[in-house]
Design a protein around this ligand. Structure first.
Ligand code: 5GP
Ligand code: ZN
Length: 137
């Protein structure tokens, strides 16, 4: 995909600190880490979001996430680790090549949980659940 920064990293046109590279998956350090060791895991082929990924690639990525998470925890001596994925611009996706963030976390590192909002009442919550169930088909 032309002009995709992560496709350029895959192609070796942009340098990166690689952790693992296979036929389907690449893991490399985020250039602007939340904490040192912050790693991005991407499919080699260009897909935009989680739901664009073919199921076998999603499974391969999940296996890599589990394995590399343990290695990051050990290497950075982290106290915890966030796995995150931004899908589409409104959710904060700046690079439109699907990627998972693996972020080592340290007690007292000052990062907050995302803010939670309340539903107006239990009926509103049940309506939202029904909408999603309907969309599932
Ligand atoms: P997003 O907001 O799309 O979920 O996250 C994109 C991430 O890619 C950001 O955390 C950003 O620091 C990282 N990033 C953007 N450009 C580059 C790059 O050229 N090299 C590396 N290693 N990371 C990048
Ligand atoms: Zn791409």
């Amino acid at each position: 995909m032309e002009n995709c920064v992560f496709c350029k990293i895959v192609a070796g046109e942009i340098p990166s600190a690689k952790i693992v590279e296979t036929e389907d998956v690449l893991a490399f350090l985020d250039i602007a880490p939340v904490n040192p060791g912050h790693t991005l895991i991407i499919p080699i082929r260009h897909f935009e979001t989680l739901w664009d990924l073919p199921e076998d690639i999603a499974l391969t990525l999940t296996r890599a996430i589990r394995k590399i998470s343990k290695a990051i925890m050990a290497a950075t001596k982290a106290d915890g680790l966030n796995v995150g994925m931004n899908n589409l611009r409104a959710a904060g996706q700046l690079v439109p090549h699907a990627h998972f963030h693996l972020i080592p976390r340290f007690a007292g590192d000052g990062l907050d949980h995302w803010p939670g909002k309340a539903y107006k009442n239990v009926e509103e919550m049940n309506l939202v659940a029904a909408d999603v169930r309907r969309a599932l088909g």
